[in-house]
Design a protein around this ligand. Structure first.
Ligand code: NAD
Ligand code: UDP
Length: 316
């Protein structure tokens, strides 16, 4: 039995990862400061003898004895990470530095939840891991994009200099139940708007593209990457099927049966125009590729948001 530390464990992806680790019979420590995470996401494990919950901010050092560290702590949606950009950069840099120090001290393997944002507004399409990216270093997204690029650099240097056993997952847009209904990300926004009968807000013309991965597929990729015995360079984990944002809006309207209309709003600054992972490395090295189509993944996600909306209506 292994002892896992999951930073950001009360968040969307962290809580799905914890489900997977707990179901495998391992011991799990969930560390979170609840900036965007919620106790309800991990409520089913509170009180379980193999589960421990620590309220802690990763920008502060911590001493624990663990075998595996999954480092997810960082706000992920533009609205949240731009709320306090200095804190976002600190979380990426200091949080990652603290986790690397911990991994080095106890000899744990450490996985970083990095992001496709390291490619910025890419000029190479689809994006392979070898592409260095096209990031605005001084724009409103740079606290997150450059924060994660710095986290990757720290990972590689701790590996080269101190032989820390690292894994780096570059996650492309991932969605599913337990996303925050108000975090402004496109899938949650569109579903909540459609369910409430509000207009769906497409930014710009809606011709920008994203590739959407269902959370269960993402967690499969994560677990395979952590289990790999030597792959220390970054690996893209995402769904390579590409949609325009307008197509996504139309799909959400169709899947929810909503009468909502689509309206257009101003495109945010530095919004990447296209994004699609080249997953050749994940396929060859991890034997991984996503299995859940957007249509299939939207169904449980819509059901989740329906429940959240009904609960909040009943409470008010
Ligand atoms: P999320 O906001 O639901 O989860 C982040 C978690 O980290 C939350 O529980 C939050 O409270 C916690 N956290 C934030 N700052 C912290 C701090 N200083 N100390 C301790 N805990 C802190 O987001 P998510 O979608 O689950 O993303 C998880 C990770 O995956 C993030 O690192 C994100 O950058 C990365 N990622 C996610 C996506 C995606 O599409 N979901 C894409 C690329 C990368
Ligand atoms: N977007 C949109 N309407 C919304 C929210 C987002 O058109 O209500 C667009 C956004 O401009 C971007 C895409 O959807 O082009 C994905 O946005 P998200 O914030 O989910 O992720 P990211 O930009 O970080 O990939």
């Amino acid at each position: 039995m292994r002892i896992h530390l999951v930073t950001g464990g009360a968040g969307f992806l962290g809580s799905h990862l914890i489900d997977r680790l707990m179901e495998a019979g391992d011991e799990v420590i969930c560390l979170d400061n609840y900036f965007t995470g919620r106790k309800r996401n991990i409520a089913r494990w509170i009180g379980h003898p193999r589960f421990e919950l620590i309220r802690h901010d990763v920008t502060e050092p911590i001493k624990l004895e663990v075998d595996r560290i999954w480092h997810l702590a960082c706000p992920a949606s533009p609205i949240h990470y731009q709320t306090n950009p200095v804190k976002t950069a600190k979380t990426s840099f200091l949080g990652t530095y603290n986790m690397l120090g911990l991994a080095r001290r106890v000899g744990a393997r450490l996985l970083l939840a990095s992001t496709s944002e390291v490619y910025g507004d890419p000029e190479v399409h689809p994006q392979p891991e070898s592409y260095w990216g096209h990031v605005n270093p001084i724009g409103i997204r740079s606290c997150y994009d450059e924060g994660k690029r710095c986290a990757e650099a720290l990972f590689m240097d701790y590996h080269r200099q101190h032989k820390v056993d690292i894994r780096i997952a570059r996650i492309f847009n991932t969605y599913g139940p337990r996303m925050c209904e108000d975090d402004g990300r496109v899938v949650s926004n569109f579903i909540v708007q459609a369910r409430r009968g509000e207009d769906l807000t497409v930014y710009g013309e809606g011709q920008q593209t994203r590739s959407f991965c269902y959370c269960e597929d993402l967690i499969d990729g994560f677990v395979r990457l952590m289990g790999h015995d030597s792959l220390t360079t970054p690996v893209n984990i995402g769904n390579p099927v590409e949609f325009t944002i307008l197509e996504l809006a139309e799909k959400v309207i169709a899947e929810t049966g909503s009468k909502s209309k689509i309206i257009h709003k101003e495109l945010p600054q530095d919004d990447p125009q296209q994004r699609k992972p080249d997953i050749t490395m994940a396929k060859c090295e991890l034997g991984w590729e996503p299995k859940v189509s957007l249509e299939e993944g939207l169904k449980p996600t819509i059901a989740y948001f329906q429940q959240v909306i009904s609960e909040s209506c009943a409470a008010s």
